[in-house]
Design a protein around this ligand. Structure first.
Ligand SMILES: [Fe+2]
Length: 347
């Protein structure tokens, strides 16, 4: 992935000079001419480093730095605050505002490139460590579950397989792989007594559980490599008719990767034993998915495509259930479900 540097500078000549110097070294350089433009650009651009001028037309660089670092999505992004020539009075304020480096003068090209390179190396190292911590955290959460410690691994594998069968692009497939592993990472904030309660949750407990997508998004937001995974974490409990949470998204507002993950996640959960119920057989789980599509919760077309994939795999897809679907049983079930004749829960 190309390294992107955002240069925030009011002076067009200075912007062009930094752009030329950094582009020569293979960096993608994007320019912003004022603070508001930089603040607006960062959430979508997710730069790897920001070179921020001290004096901008609409606000001071210090203020931009403070506001960027207050956003969890930018917390791990190195910011170099480049003050006016010879002005070292802002040095202490720059570090208080979260700047990772402070230039009180314009360094030579060699020094500038060396300092940029060092910060980027440090960022790569921190990102790798943070990723590994997040995957360990996700595993740790699963290990707390006395009934099933490999649900997320299965969801990840099956979401990738389902995504590939739909012809999704490689970026989406990678998002599904990571999203399958970490989509429930926010459950770290839910007490075990609620998470593994044997029996129905009361209104308060339900409200607590419903916070896990937002908690998970907050945990993963600082990592640029998780940028495309955040919607899967935040929205995996949305419903097509808008009755889901946390944002009540409808239909196409829910990204296709999320709709894919939901189906795989629910199917695996239904075919797994839980503290509050026994596992369903695969045919029964597929019927529940079909019912949920008819209720307006899941994407019906995708449910049908998933059913075709599972049935066509003749039991080679590992799900939470203890047995696969034999070919004869699959063919019979396929004909019934895909024609829409079976629309009630059985078994
Ligand atoms: Fe969840």
């Amino acid at each position: 992935m190309a390294v992107t540097v955002l240069v925030v500078d009011a002076d067009p000549r200075s912007c062009a000079d930094w752009g030329a110097l950094l582009s020569d070294r293979g960096y993608d350089v994007i320019a912003a001419r004022d603070g508001e433009a930089a603040l607006k650009l960062c959430p979508s651009l997710r730069p790897d480093l920001i070179l921020l001028g001290g004096l901008l037309p609409d606000m001071r660089g210090l203020e931009v730095c403070r506001r960027l670092k207050a956003d969890p999505r930018n917390r791990l992004t190195p910011i170099i605050l480049h003050a006016a020539v010879g002005d070292i009075s802002d040095a202490a304020s720059a570090f208080c505002a979260g700047a990772d480096d402070f230039w009180a003068y314009t360094p030579t090209p060699w020094e500038a490139l060396t300092r940029v390179h060092s910060l980027l190396q440090l960022k790569t190292y921190i990102d790798e460590q943070a990723e590994s911590v997040l995957f360990s955290l996700a595993q740790r959460i699963e290990a707390r579950d006395p009934f099933d410690g490999s649900h997320c691994a299965r969801v990840s594998n099956n979401a990738v397989r389902f995504g590939r069968s739909l012809g999704l692009c490689q970026n989406d497939i990678e998002a599904l792989r990571i999203g399958g592993l970490v989509h429930d990472i926010g459950k770290i904030g839910i007490p075990d007594a609620i998470l593994f309660k044997a029996g129905p949750l009361d209104a308060y407990e339900t409200k607590i559980v419903m916070e896990h997508p937002v908690i998970g998004e907050r945990i993963c937001a600082p990592l640029k490599s998780f940028h495309k995974v955040l919607p899967l974490i935040r929205h995996h409990h949305e419903r097509m008719d808008g009755s889901g949470y946390p944002d009540g998204l409808c239909g196409e507002q829910i990204p296709v990767t999320v709709r894919v993950l939901q189906i795989v996640d629910i199917c695996d959960a239904l075919t797994s034993e839980r503290s509050y119920r026994r596992n369903l057989s695969l045919p029964s789980a597929l019927i529940v998915l079909r019912e949920e599509a008819e209720l307006g919760w899941l994407d019906g077309a995708l449910v049908n495509q998933f059913a075709s994939l599972v049935i066509g795999s003749e039991g080679s897809i590992a799900l939470g259930n203890r047995r696969g679907l034999g070919s004869a049983e699959g063919a019979k079930w396929s004909e019934s479900v895909l024609s829409g004749r079976l629309n009630r829960r059985v078994g």
